[in-house]
Design a protein around this ligand. Structure first.
Ligand SMILES: Nc1ncnc2c1ncn2[C@@H]1O[C@H](COP(=O)(O)OP(=O)(O)OP(=O)(O)O)[C@@H](O)[C@H]1O
Length: 234
């Protein structure tokens, strides 16, 4: 059974039909990449999974349970975390306060926190500093750290490498590899090099529809398919 299964998901935002037919299965473990050009519908897909937009009709099934129609808080309680493109951190609060707000009861599992310090040393270094003073890469690390401060089954991460320097992107890839040993990651990315270095399975969205789904290895080997589905000029 897949961890997450989307079937014929359609989402409208106001009068705009954004997702016309999105179906794919995310297996448990590792990184599943959701690719596609700008405006294809990747963020809308993640927001629909989280119940931030209401997909209708169609279904979102998680561990065999239908999530369609549940509130976002209830979806989150099933063990799904979301790192949005704008990162969703509180710039006026310290790193520690941002982390506290990401816990269910305001306390930390010290072993887990130490694991996060190892993944993202900036979290420990700037623990009592305002999150707004962090660099772009450090803010992104904080947003991911918040998502994993408690055990999760699945993390949805929207374009984590956007605007980051290559050395930071490499650090991020290392961290994601380690996180994905514990928690399945559904990763939306425009940076194909980053995505291909992490992804085991993948799907491509084009104009609100799934245009391709399969293994990352097969997609990497098919240059024509990549050009057709991802290149800017196509
Ligand atoms: N709040 C909104 N109101 C109206 N249209 C929206 C809204 N959010 C997204 N859209 C439209 O839905 C389409 C898909 O947007 P979405 O953000 O899901 O794309 P994306 O694949 O994540 O692209 P990007 O890589 O640029 O973030 C776009 O045409 C976008 O303009």
């Amino acid at each position: 059974m897949s961890l997450l299964s989307l079937k014929n998901m359609k989402t409208s935002i106001g009068q705009y039909h954004v997702l016309h037919d999105v179906s794919f299965d995310v297996p448990e473990g590792g990184v599943f990449c959701l690719l596609g050009r700008n405006g294809a519908g990747k963020s809308t897909t993640l927001r629909s999974i989280m119940g931030l937009w209401s997909p209708s009709p169609g279904s979102v099934t998680f561990r065999g349970e239908d999530l369609t129609g549940l509130h976002t808080a209830d979806i989150s309680r099933r063990g799904i975390a979301f790192v949005p493109e704008d990162m969703g951190i509180f710039g006026g609060l310290t790193v520690e306060e941002n982390m506290i707000l990401a816990t269910a009861n305001g306390t930390f599992d010290r072993t887990r926190l130490k694991w996060i310090y190892g993944l993202f040393p900036a979290i420990e270094k700037f623990w009592d500093k305002p999150a707004g003073a962090l660099s772009g890469g450090q803010k992104q690390m904080l947003s991911v750290a918040r998502a994993i401060i408690e055990p999760r089954q699945l993390i949805l991460i929207d374009e984590p490498t956007k605007g980051l320097a290559p050395s930071i992107v490499d650090n991020m890839a290392e961290a994601f590899r380690e996180i994905s040993d514990k928690t399945t990651i559904l990763l939306v990315e425009q940076n194909f090099e980053f995505a291909r270095s992490l992804g085991r399975d993948m799907a491509v969205i084009e104009d609100g529809r799934v245009a391709h789904t399969g293994s990352m290895a097969d997609f990497v080997a098919d240059k024509d398919l990549q050009d057709r589905l991802l290149s800017l000029s196509a």
